[in-house]
Design a protein around this ligand. Structure first.
Ligand SMILES: [Zn+2]
Ligand SMILES: [Zn+2]
Ligand SMILES: [Zn+2]
Length: 759
């Protein structure tokens, strides 16, 4: 019998996800001998056996990998056959990079769920059950390499049963660092508002479930922090939570315990269902099923709901006991970071939560839930945090020197890049409070340490007043690079898709500081090798009172109307202005006409605000982007009409003039056309504008690849409309795992800074 040998190198997310024990079992099943080990870049296997068995082994590696693994590349070479006894898992090769060692957190796997549900299993009802396929990872890591003593599980000594599983290569829990059982692992407890213990173990979960069913607010310690939970079917409970959390209308995420429960709440297509049930378990935005029983206060006026499938055994047990979908929102006050430590939760959530479902496994790294939606048939991550962090983004070209990019001001994340990988940090949030700034600094320091990266180049936004900019400028490193916001958006999309440029980058969002000091955000940029040329933008609108206009969107609508109708718009025919006092109108008009505290804004998002305010007759947003979002969701799917616009050019810069759009929409509204149809026509018009700007630029610069980026491309109708118009003639790329919004710009900043400093 002839033996052959193969060395198989596997790249991707293959560490900390049960890959080696799985390879071991596969090899044993196929009758192979040899060894498997982790190395600096993934997993290496040396396998020996009959050619058919080796072929079957390879095929199964490529097709049957554990759910949490992400196999990016399999390289195989023939090596001389050696006769070794059996198959072995051998110690990691310490010589390589340490950068792959901490995996992201993984949702509870089906096997572990089965065990917790089985009365005969020793882990029956145990809320911390996990294995190599699932459980906490990044959120419990204190240091590298990712081994139990360097996690918050170090406090728990393994019992003999767990130890046996941990040491058995054939066991699903072989080297599962957070391994635990009721005899040796963490325990759950229910605390009252002053931290006094109310119940422990099963009774704690039952007590929390009963309180939730009774309409109370319970703080629940999850993987990356505390959630605030309440009954998602109870208007009273949600209203109470909103009042205490000081959150008026921003939608709450809802957690369910099973796919069946999810299907009764929302309508899923197959791509949405896959995303929803993925190991990353993001909050997925899906269409609500009519009569789904959710209280309207969950997401007022919103046909979508952010739905999330339970991702720890504790969540599963709680949902099962509560027997209803639960609101699960970050445990914080409005925009502060979520609470992660028990003492922090007890102080910061005091007065919001009636009870605390806590436990004694500490959360080392705060990590919010991720948020995603299927756009144009593909998963698009809007907020990239738990489940994704710290998985690297592979780079097509290695960076020359390690870079830290400090990100944007709102929805901040930062980015570290070294070699041919970039790591986006967890979602930090808006950097306009002390807590968030502190969390930002702490997380930067941590991820640097985990990855062993000492940045030599610091990238930051061009805006001089951002907290992230001030932080960057205060860093000791000599090399600082300011990157224009929309340039960074485009570069982030290029980085995600491995595009070197030149590309035509459509960067549409609410606002970003331009090189001329005005607010940009309706940009078409030609981007190549660290530099950009601004090819086109939108006719700007004045924002009366600057930031105040972003909440009081009627001000933006008024400025757009005055511009479109030469100062004489038919306000009396628009429902919006029936509720705005005429003296307020007069004040804003003064500001706009004199240009006092009324900066020019080119952001595409501002047109969504303006038209949304007019169409929905809604003058105020209770959070940034609310009116634009509701305007998007209002669009009638069957309506395909559009509105006209003009294109002009000024000093080499093309400008889309949207005044005809505004006039036509106002005409339709005044004539009584349903707002849903006006919204649809407006969306079609915006997609027409984007496509026209791209085609115009292509006449001069050729049919370059096109990327569509910026917060506006979270808007599925716009993104799909632009794609439909350009596909076929252009290679058009939308975002996937890197957020189109400001949570993704840090990646682009890092890549631009690298290109600039490498010159
Ligand atoms: Zn598991
Ligand atoms: Zn144990
Ligand atoms: Zn932006």
């Amino acid at each position: 019998m002839s033996l052959e040998g193969r060395r198989i190198e596997i790249r991707g997310t293959v560490q900390g996800v049960g890959f080696r024990p799985w390879v071991y079992r596969l090899a044993v099943e196929e009758g192979l001998c040899g060894r498997v080990r982790n190395d600096g870049r993934g997993v290496t296997i040396e396998a020996f056996g009959r050619p058919e068995a080796l072929a079957a082994f390879l095929r199964r590696i490529e097709t049957e990998a554990p759910p949490a693994a992400d196999v990016r590349e399999v390289c195989e070479v023939g090596i001389p056959a050696v006769d070794v006894p059996g198959f072995a898992i051998v110690a990691s090769d310490e010589g390589g990079s340490r950068r792959v060692s901490i995996p992201p957190d993984l949702a509870t796997c089906p096997e572990c769920l089965k065990e917790t549900a089985d009365p005969a299993d020793r882990r029956h009802g145990y809320p911390f059950t996990n294995c190599t396929h699932c459980g906490p990872r990044y959120t419990i890591a204190r240091d590298v390499p990712y081994d139990r003593p360097a996690t918050t599980m170090a406090a728990f000594a393994m019992c003999p049963d767990c130890r046996r599983e941990y040491e058995d290569p054939a066991d699903r829990r072989f080297h599962a660092q957070p391994i635990a059982c009721p005899a040796c692992g963490p325990r759950v407890r229910l605390l009252g508002p002053s931290g006094e213990r109310v119940a422990s173990g099963d009774e704690a979960i039952a007590g929390a479930a009963a309180a939730l069913a009774g309409g109370r607010v319970v703080a629940v310690k999850g993987l990356g922090g505390y959630h605030l939970a309440c009954d998602a079917t109870s208007s009273g409970a949600i209203t109470r939570l909103r009042a205490r959390k000081r959150r008026d209308e921003k939608p709450f995420a809802v957690m369910v315990g099973s796919l069946e429960a999810a299907r009764s709440v929302a309508c899923f297509d197959p791509a949405e269902e896959r995303l929803f049930a993925s190991v990353q378990r993001p909050v997925v935005l899906v269409r609500q099923r009519p009569g789904n029983g959710l209280a309207p206060e969950v997401a007022p006026g919103n046909p979508l709901v952010g739905l999330l499938l339970a991702y720890t055994p504790l969540h599963h047990l709680l949902l099962e006991a509560a027997r209803r979908p639960l609101v699960m929102t970050s445990g914080n006050l409005s925009e502060e970071p979520m609470a992660a430590r028990d003492d922090e939760a007890l102080t910061r959530l005091c007065g919001i939560a009636d009870l605390f479902l806590a436990h004694d496994r500490e959360i080392e790294n705060r990590c919010d839930d991720s948020v995603a939606r299927v756009v144009a048939g593909r998963p698009t991550v809007f907020r990239r945090s738990r489940g994704y962090v710290p998985r690297p983004v592979p780079l097509r070209r290695p960076v020359r020197r390690p870079v830290l990019a400090c990100g944007a001001h709102l929805k901040n994340t930062f980015c570290l890049a070294a070699g041919d990988e970039a790591w986006l940090g967890p979602h930090i949030g808006d950097l306009d409070n002390l807590e968030a700034t502190r969390a930002f600094e702490e997380q930067v320091e941590r991820l640097q340490r985990f990855l062993g990266i000492r940045p030599e180049v610091i990238a930051h936004d061009l805006h001089p007043d951002y907290a992230s900019t001030r932080y960057a400028l205060a860093r000791p490193e000599a090399s600082k690079v300011a990157v224009q916001h929309h340039h960074a958006h485009v570069a982030s999309a290029m980085g995600e898709h491995g595009l070197e440029g030149p590309v035509l980058g459509l960067a549409w969002d609410g606002t970003g500081y331009g090189t001329d000091g005005t607010a940009w955000g309706g940009e078409l940029l030609l981007v190549e090798d660290g530099s950009f040329e601004r090819l086109a933008t939108l006719r700007p609108i004045r924002l009366a009172g600057s930031d105040e206009a972003i909440r009081q969107v009627w001000r933006i609508a008024l400025a757009a109307l005055d511009d479109a109708f030469d100062g004489a718009p038919p306000l009396d025919r628009l429902r919006l202005f029936q509720s705005v006092p005429s003296r307020d109108v007069a004040v804003v008009r003064q500001m706009v006409s004199k240009g006092v505290r009324a900066p020019l804004a080119h952001g595409a998002g501002r047109y969504f605000d303006a038209l949304g305010a007019l169409g929905l007759a809604k003058g105020r947003a209770s959070y940034e982007g609310q009116v634009a979002l509701e305007w998007n969701l209002a669009a009638d799917e069957a309506e395909t009409g559009s509105y006209p616009f003009d294109l002009a050019e000024e000093g080499g810069l093309a400008r889309a003039d949207l005044r005809p759009v505004v006039r036509a929409a106002v005409g339709d509204l005044a004539a009584g056309l349903a707002p849903a149809r006006v919204s649809a026509r407006f969306h079609e018009a915006m997609a027409d504008v984007a496509a026209a700007l791209v085609r115009r630029a292509a006449r001069e610069h050729g049919r370059l690849p096109v990327v569509a980026t910026g917060g506006c491309f979270q808007n599925a109708r716009l993104a799909e409309g632009v794609l439909r118009r350009l596909q076929g003639d252009f290679d058009v790329r939308l975002h996937g795992e890197v957020p189109p919004g400001d949570g993704g710009v840090a990646l682009g900043q890092a890549l631009v800074a690298d290109a600039v400093t490498g010159r």
